[in-house]
Ligand binder design. Structure first.
Ligand SMILES: *Cc1c(COP(=O)(O)O)cnc(C)c1O
Length: 225
């Protein structure tokens, strides 16, 4: 394992993002790096903040509250993305803490998020998570139900859906899923695509990603706990 600092990793990944974006004739600020900080030690987060990085992804509401609740006061320009499954009883907390919700994936959740956003006067940008691999254990709306669910989220719940998000099946070529997600977003007139992680973010950008979610590539290995 190479021992690079978090700031070196951030520069390296940003260089790669810029290169792929340029190759695809896209502006490099068209692609945002979400540094996935879940289960990472505090020191590494501080390093990323010190390097000027402000966009982070967390997959659990409570862990994110503990980590970012206080830091928000210092770093007022933080952008926190929720990238993990959201339980309806945590929806209020999630709306209060996060800036972007990437995992809207079922009607009950969409309805509660809509109510909470109205109550808190926080109309957060949201992504619909799509289960492109039709995996039983994985979160995300099915491809078949996507168009109807989009209408439900926007018309019934008043959610500001800006794009689609997916996590391709672990043992498959991710490109097929990235392309599928891009096609579905285009058909719905949605501008944003959250796809690509440490192992495949460059391929995701080639397929149109506007947000890539990179954890270990930025921070190194996560603690197992
Ligand atoms: C953990 C996680 C990531 C980051 O994965 P890495 O392989 O560490 O880059 C991206 N997206 C989601 C939804 C995750 O839960």
């Amino acid at each position: 394992m190479t021992l690079m600092s978090v700031s070196e990793n951030l520069s390296l990944i940003q260089e790669k993002i810029d290169a792929v974006a340029a190759g695809a004739e896209r502006a490099s600020d068209d692609v945002q790096l979400v540094a996935v900080s879940k289960k990472q030690p505090e020191g590494r987060i501080q390093e990323a903040l010190g390097a000027g990085h402000r966009t982070f992804g967390e997959n659990r509401v409570q862990e994110a509250q503990e980590r970012w609740g206080a830091l928000r006061a210092t770093y007022t320009d933080l952008k926190l993305h929720l990238i993990g499954p959201l339980q309806t009883n945590k929806a209020g907390d999630a709306v209060a803490l996060f800036d972007v919700i990437e995992t809207v994936d079922r009607e009950k959740l969409a309805r509660i998020l809509g109510k909470e956003m109205e109550k808190q006067s926080r109309a957060l940008p949201c992504f619909i998570q799509v289960n492109t691999g039709d995996e039983e254990q994985k979160a995300g709306i099915s491809l078949d139900a996507l168009d109807g669910f989009y209408v439900f989220c926007t018309k019934e719940c008043g959610l500001n859906i800006i794009g689609l998000m997916c996590i391709p099946p672990i043992n498959e070529e991710p490109e097929r899923h990235f392309k599928l997600l891009a096609a579905r977003a285009k058909a719905l007139g949605l501008k944003h695509l959250s796809m690509g992680m440490s192992g495949d973010f460059e391929r995701a950008i080639s397929c149109g990603a506007t947000y890539v979610r990179v954890g270990t590539g930025v921070f190194g290995a996560r603690s197992k706990a």
